[in-house]
Design a protein around this ligand. Structure first.
Ligand SMILES: *[C@@H]1O[C@H](CO)[C@@H](O)[C@H](O)[C@H]1NC(C)=O
Ligand SMILES: *[C@@H]1O[C@H](CO)[C@@H](O)[C@H](O)[C@H]1NC(C)=O
Ligand SMILES: *[C@@H]1O[C@H](CO)[C@@H](O)[C@H](O)[C@H]1NC(C)=O
Length: 704
């Protein structure tokens, strides 16, 4: 018996391994590549940090943006302190700065031209030039202010390069009116700072940064460029890069410089493959391949020379990517067997919270089309890109099909009930219909709501996701919500012998005396929160039905303006917590869940994070705007037993809404499940087809 079983066990795996069509095969690079770059064993190219290029990363894209001619220095291209005028010119002339294929097809053209570098959008930037030096010899090395070899200009890069010489009286002076940095400090020649800031920062008097302020007028200090630290910016701390560069690299300008043998995001790559059968995704175990796009396409940008410290609530792209990079249960280095393709882009670093990644998506899509053998096979339908900005990919509605097809990971899941594929009929989106209905909409659209204006309706009509293919993921919650000092006030965590975490409601937690909690900002425009915040403030305000001084007062409802950190405690003692939108996505669903408070979601047409993988009816209450005026009656109707059941649902699922895995967060796991469902949707041919789909795409799919 035993030997038969052993024979069977031996036979099965041998049979499948022997037939594997994939072979490990590493390419080699220029022998000097790894000095400043990483040898990419898949492409045989030397991967370089942004601004460096060539077979050994010693060629410079913008030589005049460097501080010195030493090899391996990085260019700096922000607007915080003056650069050499030639640096602005070189950035402007580089085709990757404002690529000519960027083109917006929507109705309302974006306000800014399609350029990725802020310095090109400035009107009167101070810059300097060394007299009589060839362009190749110009450097952004912060010369002495009275250096007689230096001339000063005001520069504008677009539409045409324009340099206005500064009269001697207007030049920055060493004495009275030195050049101010925007933090109130004074910019100084690099020579005055310790070790010239190791060519990784600039020299200042006073002002300050995220590490604190400098008040001593005699002190010269180094304000370090992105991701460098130390008195003279001598530290390239790997904790600012993905996966701490896996312990085998340095974080250089937000990019891992790895030891030989490693490459890629966080130095996580060591293997590359070829396939004898082309693309053959594994259907038994869905796997994800992660692209390492060249840094000249996308990189973790500095914003205006500085550390780009983002509001942590937009941090889920980094969290998810960092976890995926180390999750070899799903990740594969072999693209030929991957079902899904993940494209890390640092979107938020290009858009901020109010910008839109339209041009970034277009730029990345073009690169994928031109360079990846996998993108065209499905028209990009299995490629994954993030957009954590407030309104996600709402502006993509009119984008060309190749930009639309990819899976977008967003926080803002608005999908109004209007047909998506209007573009294919050549019709503009329902703008005219919106304007037609404006009259009707201004009054009495929903009981108790104020009038809506045209822009409010336009924004509400924007189609921001296609639910069958895009993924709505939870936002990142600031540590204050989930660190044990806070979390343990309402949750009791125990561990089973095998290490499994068990989280229950804490029996002796403070009683939940508030019936409904909402502390939040509002704005006059009804596009903000779809009018919900305005209406709730009105209902519970001085002239509202539940006026705290009136006959219907409900002191058990807490409705107020922004509470800052107070909300962390306030939600912990409430039964229900209102979860409206903000300018785009709302943060309060996640906040309510981790606080053990049953969310009351009022967001018409907006798919919530994890809508497709969690039973929202078990832990939340959903209310339409047309019912908001009856909120009190609806919540009064909830019986104590029903509340207990909803709270049990919050207990079961709240961990899906936060990311910090070391504190029990499961947002990564649930988001990954949602992504895997998209692979199944694709194989089920559930993705809506575009009628005007390009012929070559159809052919590619038929071949597959
Ligand atoms: C990276 O290192 C920092 C400390 O330097 C640590 O706090 C963090 O957990 C590390 N991250 C990973 C993914 O190892
Ligand atoms: C993918 O399709 C685009 C659009 O037709 C085309 O320009 C590109 O060359 C194709 N890419 C590859 C790798 O064949
Ligand atoms: C969540 O995902 C991580 C990474 O794959 C894994 O280590 C962990 O066990 C998962 N947790 C659960 C509860 O599935």
């Amino acid at each position: 018996m035993l030997s038969l079983a052993a024979v069977l066990l031996l036979l099965l795996p041998v049979a499948s391994v022997a037939s594997s069509p994939f072979k490990e095969e590493l390419k080699t690079c220029h022998p000097d590549c790894t000095k400043f770059g990483n040898c990419n064993g898949e492409t045989g190219q030397c991967d370089c940090p942004f601004g460096l290029t060539g077979p050994s990363c010693q060629d410079r894209l913008f030589p005049a943006c460097h501080v010195s001619k030493d090899p391996g220095t990085l260019p700096h291209y922000g607007t915080w302190y003056p650069k050499n005028c030639e640096c602005i010119k070189q950035l402007r002339d580089w085709p990757g700065s404002c690529p000519d294929y960027l083109h917006y097809e929507g109705d309302m053209a974006p306000y800014l031209p399609p350029c990725f570098y802020d310095i090109l959008l400035q009107q009167k930037l101070l810059c300097y030039s060394y007299k009589g030096r060839a362009p190749a010899e110009q450097l952004s090395d912060s010369p002495a202010l009275d250096d007689p070899a230096v001339e000063w200009f005001r520069a504008r890069a677009r539409p045409a390069m324009d340099l206005q010489p500064l009269a001697p009286a207007d030049r920055p002076k060493a004495s009275e009116c030195e050049h101010k940095t925007p933090d109130g400090g004074q910019w100084r020649p690099l020579s005055e700072c310790p070790d010239r800031c190791n060519n990784r920062g600039w020299c200042q008097i006073q002002g300050g940064n995220y590490q604190g302020r400098h008040t001593d007028p005699n002190e010269r200090w180094c304000n370090c460029h992105g991701y460098f630290e130390g008195k003279s910016c001598e530290v390239a701390d790997p904790s600012h890069c993905y996966r701490n560069c896996s312990g085998v690299g340095e974080c250089v300008g937000g990019w891992c410089h790895c030891k030989p043998g490693y490459w890629g995001h966080g130095c996580t790559r060591t293997k590359a493959y070829t396939s004898a059968v082309g693309w053959r995704p594994n259907h038994a175990k869905i796997k994800i391949y992660v692209y390492d796009m060249p840094t000249h396409v996308v990189h973790r940008r500095e914003v205006n020379d500085q550390w780009s410290l983002i509001d942590l609530m937009y941090n889920s792209e980094l969290e998810f990517t960092d976890k995926l990079l180390g999750d070899w249960g799903v990740r594969t280095e072999n693209p030929w067997e991957a079902a899904l393709f993940y494209v890390p882009t640092y979107t938020y670093w290009f858009t901020g919270n109010v910008g839109h990644p339209y041009f970034l998506i277009q730029h990345v899509t073009k690169w994928l089309q031109d360079n990846s053998p996998f993108f065209n096979l499905t028209g990009g339908r299995n490629h994954i890109l993030w957009a954590t900005n407030d309104r996600g990919v709402c502006k993509n509605q009119m984008a060309p099909p190749e930009m639309q097809h990819s899976i977008k990971m967003v926080h803002f899941g608005q999908a109004p009930p209007v047909p998506y594929a209007q573009r294919s009929s050549g019709a503009k989106p329902s703008m005219q219909a919106i304007l037609d209905s404006l009259q009707a909409a201004q009054q009495g659209r929903f009981t108790g709501f104020g009038p809506f204006g045209p822009m409010d309706l336009v924004e509400e009509g924007e189609i921001c996701i296609r639910p069958e293919k895009d993924v709505v993921a939870p936002n990142y919650l600031h540590n204050d919500w989930v660190k044990p000092e806070s979390y343990d006030k309402v949750w009791l965590t125990t561990f089973q012998p095998d290490g499994t975490r068990v989280v229950k409601r804490k029996p002796d937690a403070a009683p939940r005396k508030t019936t409904l909690y909402f502390g939040g900002f509002t704005k006059p425009q009804m596009s903000y929160s779809q009018g919900v915040r305005q209406t709730i403030h009105k209902m519970f305000g001085p002239r509202g039905k539940y006026n705290p001084e009136g006959a219907n007062a409900r002191p058990d409802y807490f409705i107020a303006g922004p509470m800052g950190g107070g909300a962390i405690e306030g939600m912990k003692t409430a039964k229900f917590c209102l979860a409206p939108m903000g300018a785009g996505w709302g943060i309060r669903l996640a906040e309510a869940m981790v606080s053990g408070c049953v969310p009351v979601i009022v967001q018409d047409h907006v798919y919530q994070a994890h809508w497709d993988i969690l039973p929202f009816d078990e832990f939340s209450i959903r209310i339409g705007r047309n019912e908001l005026h009856q909120l009190v009656e609806i919540l009064d109707d909830v019986t104590p037993q029903q509340l207990v059941e909803l709270q049990a649902g919050v207990e079961r699922y709240h961990r899906a809404f936060f990311w910090d895995a070391h504190w029990g967060g499961l947002a990564y796991n649930y988001t990954l499940s949602a992504l895997k469902r998209r692979a199944i949707s694709l194989w089920s041919a559930n993705y809506r087809r575009h009628t005007r789909r390009l012929q070559h795409e159809r052919e590619a799919l038929e071949q597959y």
